[in-house]
Structure formats: C-alpha cells, structure tokens
Write a protein of this length. Structure first.
Length: 300
C-alpha cells in the first residue's frame, strides 16, 4: 500500500510538471514514472518497455535517486538521457547523454527497408545495406535484427554517435553483421569496393533548416547534438547529395530509401525522378497523410 501511495504521489507530480514534445508522444506521465522507477533500481528500460513491467520495491537510497530523476525530467532533461534507453522497433537502444534520441516516426523508414528486403531480396544470402547518417545505428541495427540475411554498414560524422552504434551492435549481438564508421556520408565506404554492389541505401538525415534549428524546443536544443538536425539553409542539402551519389553504390534493382521532413516529399520526389538512374518513386505516408519516406529503385 505504501508503495502505491509513493507511486501515485510521484505520478501526480509528473502530470503537473511534465511537458511532452510532439515528436516524443509515446511518452506519458505513467510510463515516464515507471521507466524512472526501474532506472533508480539499476534496471534501466525505455518508457515503452517499462509499461509492461511490474514495479519493484524501492530501498530508501533508491527513492532518493528516483526523486532526483523525476526532478531532472521535469526540468527538461530528456527521458531517454535519464534512463539511457530508447525503444525503437521493439528494441531498447542504449542512448548515452548528449546523443540524438531515435524518434518513433523513423520506424516508417526501417519498416520500409525491412519489407523491401522481405519482398525483393528474400532469396539473397548476403543483402548489403548502407545506412548514411546512421546516428547510434538505429535503422541499421533494426534492419539487421529483423532481416537475418543482411550485412549493414553505417556512417556518421558525429563520433560519439558511432561509438554508441558500436555499443548497440554488441548490445543486440549484431556486431558480426554490422560495421560502423566515423566519417562523412559515403567517404568511409570508398575503400570497401562497394560501388555497384549495395542492395539498399537507407538514410534518416538531418532535414531541418539552420534557421529552424535555432528555434527548437529547449529539451532538444540543450541536450541533443545540433549535427543531428541541421541540414543547411534550406534543409535539403544532404538529400541532394544522397540522390546524386547513391547510384554509384547501388546495384541495378537496388533501392534508395530515405526519410524526409514535412513538406519536402514532393520536391524530393521530383528531384529523384529527374535522375535517370532511378525509376518512379514510391511515397510512404504517415498516419496524418504526410509523405515521410521515399523509395526509389535504381533501374539503369
């Protein structure tokens, strides 16, 4: 009974002071308190995973830890940076403080790639996947986990993210099928002789203009790296580079699959279809009817 009162008291405190960002809407006061509760007992889990677990008893020292965690969350520190866990595609990733936190919306990209492998490459024994702007290996490792016939390569210019990607590869026992490189876009792959051999290139690149990055919510701006969001003056520079270089690495009938920002889908569709290497672009929409993922096959 006492534990229930403690829980209800903390829950009321969170409901009053917690602000949930629109791009982290899987979080709520209930699963936040549960995730922080487990973290206080040295069993860190994501909010989504915590929903399914019973709450353990707390020692007095753990109650002090929980109180501090709750106060830090209310102050604006992201939940994933307090628990060092974020759920993506039913997998709990390790997310160190200061790193980009995977968003649930990016699951559309991962699912598109996994479905493409299942539909087009099921008979292949070694499907080669490149993930550009891989971050902590979010999409690459989801693909490797759910598509057992893949080998994934990931690159990112932010070294702490690549260090975390390597940690996550071991965390999921996928380090034998996942290799991550600290480097810009396709630069790390130039020495691997992958030109014309890649089945799928995926990317969830930065797509927010520099001007808008400066106006992001403090919870993001103060705790996640700017490199994960800033895509230049118009938010399109990385996409244009991707569309230009991807055909050099893709095999015939290979795919470029990328996540895009709100309002960017039609422009990027036209840009891809203007490149003679690609056929018609498939548009994948979110639950609100917005184009969020583009998929294009290399046809020549």
């Amino acid at each position: 009974m006492e534990q229930k009162k403690i829980y209800e008291g903390y829950l009321a405190k969170l409901k009053k002071g917690l602000k949930i960002l629109p791009d982290k809407n899987e979080e709520n006061a209930n699963n936040t308190i549960k995730a922080l509760w487990h973290t206080a007992t040295a069993n860190p889990v994501s909010a989504i995973r915590a929903e399914k677990l019973e709450l353990p008893s707390l020692l007095p020292s753990q109650m002090l830890i929980l109180e501090a965690l709750i106060q830090n969350r209310i102050s604006g520190i992201p939940l994933a940076h307090l628990t060092e866990r974020q759920n993506f595609m039913e997998l709990d990733y390790i997310v160190n403080k200061g790193l980009y936190i995977p968003r649930k919306e990016t699951e559309l990209l991962a699912k598109a790639a996994i479905n493409t492998i299942s539909n087009d490459f099921a008979a292949e024994e070694n499907v080669c996947v490149i993930d550009v702007c891989t971050g902590i290996g979010t999409v690459a490792l989801a693909i490797a986990h759910y598509a057992k016939n893949t080998y994934v390569f990931g690159s990112d210019i932010y070294k702490p993210a690549i260090d975390a990607a390597k940690i996550n590869a071991k965390h999921f026992s996928l380090d034998h099928r996942a290799t991550f490189f600290d480097g810009d876009m396709f630069d790390p792959f130039k020495t691997l002789s992958l030109e014309g051999k890649v089945n799928i290139i995926v990317s969830a690149p930065p797509y927010i203009s520099t001007k808008k990055v400066k106006n992001m919510a403090p919870e993001i701006a103060n705790h996640e790296p700017q490199e994960a969001f800033d895509a230049g003056p118009f938010g399109l520079s990385i996409f244009i580079f991707l569309i230009s270089i991807a055909p050099e690495y893709l095999a015939i009938n290979g795919y470029l699959i990328m996540e895009c920002g709100l309002g960017q889908g039609e422009f990027l569709t036209n840009r891809i279809e203007a490149n003679n290497s690609f056929g018609k672009v498939d548009k994948i929409y979110d639950e609100n009817g917005n184009i969020r993922v583009l998929k294009a096959k290399k046809v020549r």
